[in-house]
Design a protein around this ligand. Structure first.
Ligand code: GTP
Ligand code: MG
Length: 171
């Protein structure tokens, strides 16, 4: 039969933003959300859609592991960047990490799509996805297709919309 196109996705963002919870929801057999623990280093997850075969590098967002991210830039075809919409204090740290990422020599010249999840939209003090995109100055990203979705990874809300956008950009 026809082989599905292989797509490497790098999932980045600060610790506790919800990366593993999001990836877990996209897999066919999910772990109960309460059993998810902070990622050590990174995990590799694979799942398929109708036309694509995804390999996701679910990186740890803890500061001591963030230096691992760059080793996977070259082989990735798309980035998912997750933000905790309720963590206003660390929004500036998220912006710093995003800016470092976008300015990296292995990313700067690539036209790879970047999908943002403004996650934890269920939190009472969460900022809107429009506000998140302003706080991260996403309008300055001119050389890559990007998209932001509000999400609630615990309930799985907003994730498919994001994945559908990403699929359209990589296929
Ligand atoms: P690291 O692996 O340390 O980088 O963190 P991570 O980004 O993988 O975060 P993880 O998925 O482990 O989630 C961190 C915490 O946030 C967990 O307690 C999740 O249950 C919780 N969480 C994830 N998504 C949501 C969400 O949409 N809403 C709420 N309220 N909590 C969430
Ligand atoms: Mg994790």
């Amino acid at each position: 039969g026809l082989r599905k196109k292989e797509v490497n996705v790098l999932c980045l963002g600060l610790d506790n933003s919800g990366k593993t919870t999001i990836i877990n929801q996209l897999k066919p057999s999910s772990t109960p959300a309460q059993e998810i623990v902070p990622t050590i280093g990174f995990n590799i997850e694979k799942f398929k859609s109708s036309s694509l075969s995804f390999t996701v590098f679910d990186m740890s967002g803890q500061s001591r592991y963030r230096n691992l991210w760059e080793h996977y830039y070259k082989e990735s075809h798309a980035i998912i960047f997750v933000i905790d919409s309720g963590d206003k204090l660390r929004m500036v740290v998220a912006k710093e990490e995003l800016d470092t990422l976008l300015n990296h020599e292995d990313i700067r010249s690539k036209k790879m799509p970047v999908l943002f999840f403004a996650n934890k939209m269920d939190l009472r003090d969460a900022v809107s996805s429009v506000k998140v995109s302003q706080m991260l100055s996403l309008e300055n990203i001119k050389d890559k297709p990007w998209h932001i979705c509000a999400s609630n990874a615990i309930k799985g809300e907003g994730l498919q919309e994001g994945l559908d956008w990403l699929q359209g950009k990589v296929s």
